[in-house]
Ligand binder design. Structure first.
Ligand code: GH3
Ligand code: MG
Ligand code: MG
Ligand code: MG
Length: 306
């Protein structure tokens, strides 16, 4: 597949880091016609920029007065926000020791000054392609295609790691199981394609309502969603579950056969001490939430039950 269709090079942000204005200008003049370039004149500025903007690639000068390039690269590789950004060193002196140091701090490549414009451009293209491909595959592996939410693969692969982390911090994990009310009737009434659009709308409402960065929204089944909330108590989970129910009714998505003529959801929730999840088996927690969901349905739907 041609990744340029997803993100053309002109939209790929390349950060040029060099303390010498002439070097920055030269690199920029070579690269600007092909990529979207930004410059930074110090290691400090580069780190701040990367944490805020996560560029697609960093061209990094090795010798800079404040923080040298090796330190900058090391710091970038340590943070989950910036660790995936490929770093290419641009250097005028490269002995075996510095060359090895580049690889050790996680560089993707290096080029010598004075640079050959064509080689530099092609190397950058290659590393950006690799990054985009990895991101694309990750997205395909861990996300549901219809709603863009996390899928079951994400749940089985990543959630145990999250729960272990929460257990180490001696905190809780909340689970909310959500199911759209009378969704079969929605499909029967409006057709399957309109049903898909409705699923997308509900998914967006859920992810807009669940805001903390470590919270995870998973498409658990056809019209069922699982929300996992680390570091939360019973009351907090209950509030989120109620907000979710309200947010969906407030969106007033028409559903002739639904409650008060609109789409609604039922939500069941449970909260566990993360340490009580044994052997990475979170299924009992999910089952607890599922039992509450069943009760919410029994009690008339369009409500949260814990
Ligand atoms: P309840 O209020 O008890 O939850 O009733 P319901 O009709 O929502 O429950 P049921 O489980 O009987 O129906 C779920 C429906 O969801 C049936 C299925 O056709 C529909 N569904 C599941 N996945 C998709 C999907 O990807 N797209 C569409 N359009 N419909 C789907
Ligand atoms: Mg320098
Ligand atoms: Mg269902
Ligand atoms: Mg349903």
């Amino acid at each position: 597949m041609n990744l340029q269709e997803i993100k053309p090079y002109t939209e790929c942000n390349v950060l040029i880091v060099d303390d010498e204005p002439i070097s920055r200008m030269l690199l920029e003049s070579i690269l600007e016609p092909v990529f979207r370039c930004t410059t930074a004149e110090s290691g400090h500025e580069a780190l701040l920029y990367c944490a805020e903007n996560a560029p697609d690639l960093v061209l990094l000068d090795m010798n800079m007065p404040d923080i040298n390039g090796l330190e900058v690269c090391k710091t970038l590789k340590q943070s989950p926000v910036t660790s995936q950004i490929p770093v290419i060193f641009v250097t005028s002196t490269l002995d075996v020791e510095s060359e090895n140091a580049c690889w050790e701090v996680g560089a993707s490549d290096f080029v010598m000054k004075p640079v050959n414009a064509s080689t530099l451009t092609h190397r950058i293209k290659t590393h950006i392609q690799n990054k985009l491909r990895t991101e694309f595959l990750e997205k395909m592996t861990f996300h549901d295609q219809l709603t863009g939410l996390y899928n079951r693969t994400y749940l089985t692969k990543e959630i145990p790691l999250l729960i272990r982390q929460v257990a180490r911090d001696q905190s809780n994990i909340g689970a909310i199981m959500i199911d759209i009310d009378y969704f079969k009737l929605f499909n029967d009434n409006y057709g399957h394609l309109e049903g898909d659009l409705c699923l997308q709308k509900v998914a967006k409402i859920i992810s807009d309502t669940v805001k903390r960065p470590k919270d995870a929204v998973i498409r658990f089944g056809g019209e069922e969603f699982l929300v996992l909330l680390p570091y939360i108590d019973y009351q907090g989970t209950k509030i989120v579950a109620q907000q979710l129910v309200e947010a969906v009714t407030n969106a007033s998505i028409p559903h002739g056969k639904g409650i008060e003529g609109r789409v609604s959801i039922s939500a069941g929730f449970a909260v566990w001490k993360a340490a009580d999840v044994v052997d990475d088996d979170y299924s009992a927690l999910v089952e607890d939430a599922d039992i509450s969901l069943f009760e919410a349905k029994e009690r008339g739907r369009n409500q949260a039950k814990g």
